[in-house]
Design a binder for this molecule. Structure first.
Ligand code: HEM
Length: 416
């Protein structure tokens, strides 16, 4: 606990400075970051950059997009892609951006898990991050519907149908969400409103909150090491930069961030110009048709793992239907990451590779998510269905066993 009081002093110290000078001046002259961090700590700033790119390209798309079932498809595929000057560029930035933002979110999340950055004192950072994950998921899902292609329509149909499984209110809830008995014009219009107004506003507020929660315990570092920021900052200021455990926010830390962001942008614009097709499903170039179900319905790659957990239970167990079991498992998968700080019972803040039991748990969980993602895209028949079932069971067992594994780990460490 003593360590947190020391770390907390950064927040207090920050407040004292704020009494005498402006926020930006403190950030640029008196703000310190642990030195012992690697490029993975630039993912947060990269996410902020990608969100800005999505916002700006989205505003340009908004000038020509038509939220109407009779016009949406053509407004995207003809007007924006073929008629408007550089319309294709803004659409590709938006489409590729929406896909890679999830890649970076997952890297950011799993970095947090690997280094134990969600532990005591950092719970609110984790919770606000998870809120951002859910909000980005809702933003991605609502945006996917807007081009009104076949996959837009059927993904919206399947996902809204999931709410029908909620006891008592399910059927009414589905109609309320869709604004009709089936996915229709009213559904498109309300998802349009959510995508361009409400969710982005809430995301902005939540990003501010995420940044605010960061300043209390300060960011973690590669060794989970605590030190006295005041003392280390004094060392840095007196010129002993080599021995100080901190670097300045500006120019040291931000220049590292800019380098990572710049390298990523080379990769990003390479995708935008030369490989943009990966971010769009070929089926979605057919206009939505409520009477023609595509052979396989699947969501974008970043939802595949949870989609596979939903489909994984395909037979009755103990009198509960496969569909209900899938829904329960899906609900579990959505909620369980939120409570990670309380499932991990070991106080040890160390990278996973230095934790004797957690390291196995971490890599098994990664492998399982990988298998779920691959099989989420394949048709759920024959052996595929069984792999999906066992991978879903593994996911649940991993999270249920985490408190026991980490308790044992803490006990062992205490005994050494
Ligand atoms: C999508 C928008 C997000 C933005 C703009 C964002 C931004 C940031 C920034 C700038 C940092 C500090 C530097 C760094 O560690 O990268 C940070 C830290 C952190 N974020 Fe996020 N983040 C986002 C989403 C998430 C998500 C989805 C999670 C996971 C649930 C998360 C969990 C964390 C954690 C645990 C830290 C602390 C890392 C540490 O102490 O070392 N964030 N975030």
């Amino acid at each position: 606990m003593a360590e947190f009081e020391k770390a907390n002093s950064v927040g207090e110290w920050f407040d004292q400075r704020l009494n005498t000078t402006s926020f930006w001046r403190v950030m640029m002259t008196e703000y310190w970051i642990p030195k012992n961090i690697n490029f993975l700590w630039a993912m947060g700033a990269l996410l902020a950059t990608l969100f800005t790119l999505l916002l700006v390209s989205g505003i340009f798309l908004l000038m020509y997009y038509k939220p109407d079932v009779n016009m949406a498809f053509d407004s995207v595929n003809y007007t924006i892609m073929q008629e408007v000057a550089y319309g294709w560029l803004f659409r590709n930035i938006h489409g590729v951006g929406a896909s890679v933002v999830f890649l970076v979110i997952y890297i950011h999340m799993f970095t947090g898990i690997y280094y134990g950055s969600y532990k005591k004192g950092r719970e609110m950072i984790w919770i606000s991050g998870m809120l951002l994950f859910v909000l980005f998921s809702a933003e991605g899902f609502s945006g996917y519907m807007l081009p009104w292609g076949q996959m837009s329509y059927w993904a919206a149909y399947v996902i809204t149908e999931i709410f029908g499984g909620i006891p008592f209110i399910g059927d009414e809830l589905v109609i309320w969400i869709r604004g009709n008995f089936y996915v229709s014009d009213s559904t498109l219009t309300r998802f349009f409103m959510l995508h361009v107004l409400l969710i982005p506003l809430v995301i902005l507020g939540t990003i501010v909150f995420h940044f605010y929660t960061l300043r209390f315990p300060h960011v973690n570092n590669e060794e989970g090491e605590f030190f006295d920021y005041k003392e280390e900052a004094e060392k840095y200021k007196s010129g002993d930069k080599a021995n100080a455990k901190v670097i300045s926010f500006w120019p040291d830390f931000l220049s590292k961030d800019f380098m990572v962001i710049s390298l990523f942008m080379i990769f990003f614009f390479y995708l935008v110009f030369y490989h943009n097709a990966f971010a769009m499903d070929p089926v979605n170039f057919d206009k939505a048709d409520g009477l023609k179900t595509p052979a396989h319905i699947y969501p974008e790659w970043y939802f595949l793992w949870s989609y596979e957990v939903l489909r994984g239970f395909f037979f009755e167990i103990a009198g509960i239907s496969g569909k209900d079991l899938g829904l329960i498992a899906f609900g579990f998968a959505q909620a369980i990451f939120f409570v990670l700080p309380w499932l991990d019972k070991s106080p040890m803040v160390k990278p996973a590779n230095q934790r004797p039991l957690f390291k196995w748990w971490f890599w098994l969980m990664m492998a399982d998510l990988f298998v779920l993602t691959i099989f989420g895209k394949l048709p759920p028949t024959g052996a595929n269905a069984w792999v999906g079932f066992y991978a879903s069971i593994t996911f649940i067992v991993l999270f249920v066993s985490l408190p026991f594994i980490t308790k044992l780990e803490a006990k062992k460490a205490g005994g050494n």
